[in-house]
Design a protein around this ligand. Sequence first.
Ligand code: FUB
Length: 322
Amino acid sequence: MKFVKRTLAAAATALLCSQAVAKNPLFDNVFTADPAAMVHDGKVYLYTGHDESPSNNVFFQMHDWLVFSSEDMVNWTQHGPIMKATDFKWAKGDAWAAHMIERDGTFYFYTTVRHKDDKPGFAIGVATSKSPLGPFVDARGSALVTDDMTKHTPNDWDDIDPAIWVEENGDTYMFFGNLMPKYVKLKDNLIELDGEIKTLDLPTFTEALWVHKKNEYYYVTYACEFPEKICYSMSKSIHGPWEFKGVLNELAGNSETNHQSVITFKGKDYFFYHTGSLPPKPGQESGGRFRRSVAVEEMHYNEDGTIQRIHMTTEGVTEPAK
Ligand code: FUB
């Protein structure tokens, strides 16, 4: 019954929200951050964090994750929240960056939350649903990664920002981390670790890993330096070595974090990111470091496989994908 109620609520939200026509930032009725896009069944599903801080002087207030969908990258439908951080009973809150994949009709949502005090610090959880729109439920009843499992930095937020990569043979890896980039194989059930957590060598790494592949190259893009730009490295193997290729996207206006997602959809390549550039509404503060908004651009490769620097625009994607 609870499931039916929430599904109906999500459907009502989708119906109520008129379609947004692309421009950057993509959505101006809600603050969105940490994009994680997934292509499924002819549509793009864009999962985002949800900034609710009242002011750019008040640290992140992020309670749930949102989803938007599009069939052409220009017209977007807003569906509402898919899950709250506290739906993980072991979590205190802080719905930070996430990643969605689908396998055999089940959607797996890997995400960052703050763990309760029995395992203090940030942790990674995984939730599942039979629909890309949710609702999602905790798949394990416990965290997949907790702060005590890695000791590379003294910070309690060094196990954040999961990014999943699935090899052609089905082997699945989770990349994650802050200040120290890490990856680990997942078991075939996708909800347990399979082996040791390894580290990667990525210059000036800060956070926000994302892995994709184009032709024979693997690419790992990530937030580098601070304030953050997006850098990238390339490799012929998911296990590296990774060759550093420099900055892909510059400081994103008015936000010291930067977080990207890369997809190929209907033959074109796209780069999602976030900025703090939403203008103020009456009686409210503008966008900024804790009030971010997702944007998107087309992305282009050179013949040697390197990626052309992203050109951030206010127009965004203007040509519908066919
Ligand atoms: O949105 C909260 C955190 O800020 C994310 O987990 C990081 O990637 C950065 O965007």
